[in-house]
Design a protein around this ligand. Structure first.
Ligand code: SF4
Ligand code: SF4
Length: 113
């Protein structure tokens, strides 16, 4: 299960450096967890490190990202492979296809005024 940070977050900054997957980053107003990188610390630790340090207990399971331990372990291995590939010979296995496919901004037409 990927975890998520709720709006009770007080931006205390302590969770970000604890994440072994670099899944936590500052969002527009509060910290956010990238569900494509969060393994609930599976593969690294027995318990989610962000939850361990959060002083306001605002990191529940993301209801849209409920996953089995096997799925989380697969993500852990995937992230490890990707990290090795990007830092090594680039001949690693399949790369995660998580590129942000940002929609093109609509080109505004002539103003009919
Ligand atoms: S549970 Fe672990 S992997 Fe997920 S965001 Fe928290 S520290 Fe990072
Ligand atoms: S530890 Fe908790 S309160 Fe602090 S930044 Fe992370 S989510 Fe927010």
């Amino acid at each position: 299960m990927a975890l998520m940070i709720t709006d009770e977050c007080i931006n205390c900054d302590v969770c970000e450096p604890e994440c072994p997957n670099d899944a936590i980053s500052m969002g527009l107003e509060i910290y956010e967890i990238d569900p494509n990188r969060c393994t609930e610390c599976v593969g690294h630790f027995d318990v989610p490190q962000c939850r361990e340090v959060c002083p306001v207990d605002c990191i529940p399971v993301h209801p849209e990202h409920v996953e089995t331990r096997d799925q989380l372990m697969a993500r852990y291995r995937f992230l490890q492979t990707g990290a090795a590939a990007s830092g090594g010979d680039g001949a690693g296995g399949a790369q995660p296809d998580v590129a942000a496919d940002a929609p093109q901004a609509a080109v505004s037409g002539p103003d009919p005024r």
